[in-house]
Design a protein around this ligand. Structure first.
Ligand SMILES: *Cc1c(COP(=O)(O)O)cnc(C)c1O
Length: 361
């Protein structure tokens, strides 16, 4: 069977090349007579896999040596709890910018642990823009400011990071990790679930500045304390070995593409072609503020819910799948993560143009 173009927001497409490599190595990894799924996480073979994955990620993102890279479980969702548990260690205050459902969920979880202020929210306009804030908009004694760099459901992203002055910035990069260049030094903490731009679901990567570790309250459940994972090289307990292996293959693939800057250029070009198609169309429109548009999740609508459904169904029959918007917002969403080939975007644009001609109202 031929592979199809999968525009799912996550789990999402992976580069075919790495799936093929994993398939070739599945029964007998590197001559050791077993698959990665079967090997001890304490074995030399697996240690080499996780070490290489970390080293490649450090290379790709230019992660400074005073930051730890942790391979965790529990998805982005568990980070909504771990971030406040570990970082609310001074005033117990944190300021959240709510730009979508994921940020909203993170803020409501954090409220269980401290004094959380919503510094700004774009909910009143269905999250179609990114609020612009100044240093003075944050509480000077906040332990951290929290953002979601890319809003998977609403298709927006921060065109630039907010200036938080001396306050640490903590960021959920689940849906745009490794898709554009960031300076890790701008953050105290970055996390990302794997199933969008990293690999299969099951591993979550957290990058955290060393001096922020070891400040969680005494009664913090052991797994939720970043320090234990940092001290034990992400091997306090059994890590998600196979997902880490796949992430490592993906990091090698990204290096082969020329690194994050090269991918960013590619991602921006793909997104620009889709937004141009939408903006020049008499049928489709994009509700997101132009300068805040995501280069990973392209959201669009026809303005007619039935027609949207028809678009999604007809696209599927053409091998362009999972183009329905999030169940809470409807419409369409084309997630074009790092692994989406140009041909997938070409085919989608071609289909949009045809659909527009046959369904112009
Ligand atoms: C998908 C997503 C999450 C949730 O991830 P899970 O791994 O399902 O917990 C959190 N934040 C963002 C921005 C996401 O896109």
């Amino acid at each position: 069977m031929e592979r199809i173009y999968n525009f799912s927001a996550g789990p999402s497409m992976l580069p075919e090349e790495i799936i093929e490599k994993a398939a070739a190595e599945l029964l007998n990894y590197n001559g050791c007579g077993m698959s990665v799924m079967e090997m001890s996480h304490r074995s030399g073979e697996f240690q080499a896999i996780i070490d290489a994955a970390e080293a490649d990620l450090r290379d790709l993102m230019g992660i400074p040596s005073n930051y730890k890279v942790l391979f965790l479980q529990g998805g982005g969702t568990l980070q909504f709890s771990m971030v406040p548990l570990n970082l609310l260690s001074g005033s117990g205050k944190a300021d959240y910018i709510v730009t979508g459902q994921w940020a909203k969920k993170a803020a409501s979880e954090a409220k269980k642990f401290g004094d959380i202020k919503i510094a700004a929210s774009s909910e009143e306009s269905v999250f179609t823009y990114i609020p612009k804030l100044k240093k003075e908009d944050f509480r000077a004694d906040a332990d951290y400011v929290y953002i979601t760099t890319n809003n998977t459901i609403y298709g927006s992203r921060y065109p630039e990071l907010p200036d938080t002055g001396n306050i640490i910035l903590a960021a959920d990069q689940s849906s745009n990790f490794l898709s554009q260049v960031y300076d890790v030094n701008d953050f105290g903490l970055i996390f990302a679930g794997a199933q969008k731009n990293i690999g299969p679901a099951g591993v979550t990567i957290t990058i955290v500045r060393e001096d922020l570790l070891g400040k969680a309250p005494e009664n913090t459940p052991i797994y939720l304390d970043y320090k234990i994972h940092a001290d034990k090289g992400s091997m306090y307990n059994t890590p998600p070995c196979f997902a880490i292996y796949m992430a490592g293959l993906n990091f090698q693939w990204i290096k082969k593409q020329g690194g994050v800057a090269a991918l960013q250029k590619h991602n921006e070009e793909q997104a620009a072609r889709l937004y141009d198609t939408i903006d020049n169309s008499s049928l489709f429109s994009c509700p997101v503020n132009k300068e805040d548009r995501s280069i990973m999740n392209v959201v669009f609508v026809t303005g007619n819910a039935d027609l949207d459904k028809q678009f999604v169904a007809e696209a599927k029959s053409q091998g362009l799948v999972n183009l329905g918007g999030h169940r809470t917002v409807g419409g369409m969403r084309a997630s074009i993560y790092n692994a989406m080939p140009d041909e997938g975007v070409d085919k989608l644009i071609e289909f949009m143009k045809k659909f527009q001609v046959s369904h112009r109202l």
